[in-house]
Design a protein around this ligand. Sequence first.
Ligand code: NOJ
Length: 701
Amino acid sequence: MNYINEAKKILAKMTLTEKIGQMNLVDSSIEKEEELLKLASEGKIGAYLTYERDTSSTQAHKKLIEASLNSGVGVPILFGRDVIHGHWTMFPIGLGMAASFNAEMVEKAYKIVAKEASDNGIYWTFTPMMDIARDPRWGRIAEGFGEDTYLSSRLAEASVWGLQGRNREDLGNSDRILSCPKHFIGYGACEGGRDANTVEISRNTLLNIYFPPFVAAIKAGAGSIMSGYHDLNGEPVSASKYLLETLIKKVCGLDGFIVSDAGTTNHLTNYRFAADRKDASGIAANSGIDMDMMSSCFVENLEALVKEGKVSEERIDDAVLRILAIKLRLNLWNRPISSLTSASYKISPEVYETAVDAARQAAVLLVNKDSVLPLSKDIRKLYVTGPFTDAVKELFGTWVIDGIVDGVDSISDALKKKLPDTDIKFNTSRFTDEVLNNSEHSDYVLFLGGESPLRSGERNSIAHLNLPDGQEEQIISFSNLGKKVILVIVAGRPLNLTRVLPYVSSILYVFHPGTGGGEAIARILTGEVEPGGRLPVTFPRSEGQIPLYYNSIQQRKARACQLKYIDITEKPLFNFGYGLTYTSFKLSNIRIQSNSIKIGESAKASILVTNTGEKSGEAVLQCYIQDCVASLLRPAIELKGFKRVQIPYGESVTVEFVLGNAELGFYNQEIDWIIEPGKFKVFIGLDCENTIETEFNLVIN
Ligand code: NOJ
């Protein structure tokens, strides 16, 4: 179907008031029921969201959508919801999903997310969040895919495909919903890690580090984009014609619509960028915002602004056509209004297994001294304690509105079932002395620690990255008592592990793993499966090193005497891409198919990976490049490929990466994608430092 042509037919029948109504996204709550119903019957609501559970099954929801269908030309209201990393079944938070380095898995998970949301009458979600984040103090680092542009781009694309389907028409299917990649652009670079703070990013970094995930998401078919709360390089993002009209609509070719984040239009007055709400409405609409979230500015002011000639009717028509075309593509007129509820939904065994596997692939084994993990069958006694001992909902992470808790195993529940013959003593006490004294019975302490979901996510930035108060002291005390401490950390960000590191035998970092977390962690601890995650973000040793990320422009070794601190090493505690397995791998025979590649052709690089351990295992191969001479400063190394391969013990596998225009080019200052001839180095390995290298020349035809 030609959605724009169909949309034009509807638009032709709409009044200006109804058109502007489409540009209005409201939030609903019980108190606002009557007010919203009135607005809907006047055609003044285009979309709505709510944070209440199971809302789509209520009479209020039904009435609201019906009112929109009975008003004017009868365009249905689009119901949206923050279904961020799961609806009823929770998958790991974004950072955990990213640790999987597995786009297929992410696509599969988001397909389940879309089906559950759609079954619940939710046809639009404000996902994926793909803000590059180089600062773990920022609470919202939890929601995104970490610090790397390439990884974020592949996972953004996979999320969009999972939610919307791979073909444009798939969006109309009953099991797909509209995605909304966010928060355009640079939101993760907020000063001091304080949420929604000012951002300053060079044009080179903006275009080559922060922009590509949005390009990938839009190419994958994303039908809407959310602009951020923040200001960037001197302009509020949600009032920047350059960012919205030029970058998203022109360069990326978004044919869907741009929605502002909550209240950003109104906030233009707080920014002292607009004199009042009316002024703000004109600025936002003229900058390219198509739908205003939760400020009512558009619906109050745009009509007058059009009549005064301050906003053109063409701009309004452009915005409304974009919204209508997406509603048509979504088949919104034919989607059921009310729907299944969480009470009538049961997580199927297949969905549960996918959630468990996702949680397994999110779990990063950071330390494993003397191979203490997996737990040996000889460990007859185990002491389990720490704040996550009986946690279930706390495993889900930030942004959980509808996640089902009933019937979901905690880590301890799952562990008990796996180790029926082990004498396990659980202690959930909050009193340190009690926790310590009761550990007498075992030489091994499994400490289930980390941070509550309330300590990460929106508005939850922190200045100190240590484990929350008291946990480090307990861990150190256990070690001083001679115990071997196996530390599992549930968290929404990289925490600072420097202090506890000398006192623990192992660290399994699981982020917030979701519904499958308890089972996945128990399987990993007992060796039924291996930990599958690799770090999607650099772990600093100290807050003073922030921002610390692997793909910096300057190379440490080239300026060793300057790029350093005199009181601490400049090196991270754990590298990007790092993660141990229950086996070991050797890398050899790196090859490049030809040393001279013509521009437009692809370089094929391969490596031999040998499983040198005693178990079959999964290697996550990462391919990095260095553009050795470029006309704009490029990162010293940057990820351009990753592959997860299962290698039986004692065997070797050749893994190949293809590097073409998409991998070898970059945006110049004019926003053209350029590929420059010259030498490229290729590094393939198991994390960003543990690589072997080769090189080739890119030549002009
Ligand atoms: C604020 C958040 O920044 C955004 O991520 C979210 O989707 C919207 N509000 C809607 O809840």
